[in-house]
Design a protein around this ligand. Structure first.
Ligand SMILES: [Zn+2]
Ligand SMILES: [Zn+2]
Length: 271
């Protein structure tokens, strides 16, 4: 992140409503813009420009109903606004000294930078996995989480499409983490980038990881399109966000995951 831009952002006084509104509006444009850009580029590349290469790797055979993408973009716009307001409140909380965010990389040992990213991702994963399982309880599912599952066949446009309550619960976790865990601003930027990249890849509905990926030390820890496509098709498995470990520990990994991943496409027989 450009340091002058960052300095300007964190040194401006947001105590009057106009300045706060402008900050939230600016964050909304950035958050919504990155969603459109990211989902749009993934969609164009995998579904249009290079469609011939990827067509036989599509995981779901159900066609997307007309209007699905439009609805997903509408929900994503609402969530972008929620993330923008929460983000703006986070900037103010930082200015007021309520967070453990630091800007001087020397403030902690350098080894703490990757460690803090790992810890923050672990906390986010743990929070999301259990929240996600809770949201699959029938009442909460109908009230909140069903919006996300309206997309039976997901696409990059599904990555930010959920009910505003779910959006709010997702938006507050990083500000809560930084209340207790010291994070450098670059670690926050890295985590946000990983969050966006992972959500887009996981909703692609086309497996893009290499065939031997699950056999590698790193690959087997990451959720990808096959893993999350099974969540959208089977509902009761694969609740994780970035990583597979909670689904393994919680015995909620789909029995079809390994087979479908190795097969590189959907297996007709549902488990
Ligand atoms: Zn779900
Ligand atoms: Zn999903």
């Amino acid at each position: 992140m450009n340091s002058t831009w960052l300095e300007f952002l964190i040194e401006t006084d947001y105590s009057n409503p106009t300045a706060f509104g402008l900050l939230a509006l600016g964050l909304f444009v950035i958050i919504m813009g990155r969603y459109v850009l990211m989902a749009g580029l993934f969609y164009l590349y995998f579904y249009e420009w290079d469609a011939d290469t990827w067509n036989d790797r599509k995981l779901s055979t159900k066609p997307r109903p007309t209007g699905q993408v439009r609805k997903e973009i509408q929900w994503s716009a609402i969530n972008s606004a929620i993330f923008a307001v929460v983000g703006a409140l986070g900037v103010v909380a930082f200015q007021q000294g309520y967070t453990a965010v630091y800007t001087d990389i020397q403030a902690y040992p350098l080894w703490y930078v990757p460690l803090s990213l790992g810890l923050s991702l672990f906390l986010h994963e743990t929070y999301y996995y259990w929240l996600h399982r809770l949201m699959h309880q029938p009442r909460l599912y109908r009230l909140v989480h069903q919006v996300h599952h309206d997309s039976l066949t997901s696409s990059p446009w599904t990555s930010f499409s959920f009910h505003p309550v779910e959006g709010l619960l997702e938006a507050i976790i990083l500000p809560v983490i930084v209340m207790v865990l010291p994070l450098h601003t670059s670690v926050i930027a890295a985590q946000l980038t990983l969050m966006i990249l992972s959500a887009t890849i996981n909703h692609l509905d086309i497996e893009i990881f290499p065939k031997n990926w699950l056999g590698t030390r790193i690959g087997r820890f990451f959720i990808g399109a096959t893993h999350h496509s099974l969540h959208h098709r089977q509902f009761r498995f694969n609740y994780g966000l970035y990583f597979t470990f909670w689904d393994k520990w919680g015995k909620t990994e789909s029995p079809l995951f390994r087979k479908e991943f190795d097969n590189r496409k959907r297996i007709e027989n549902r488990g």
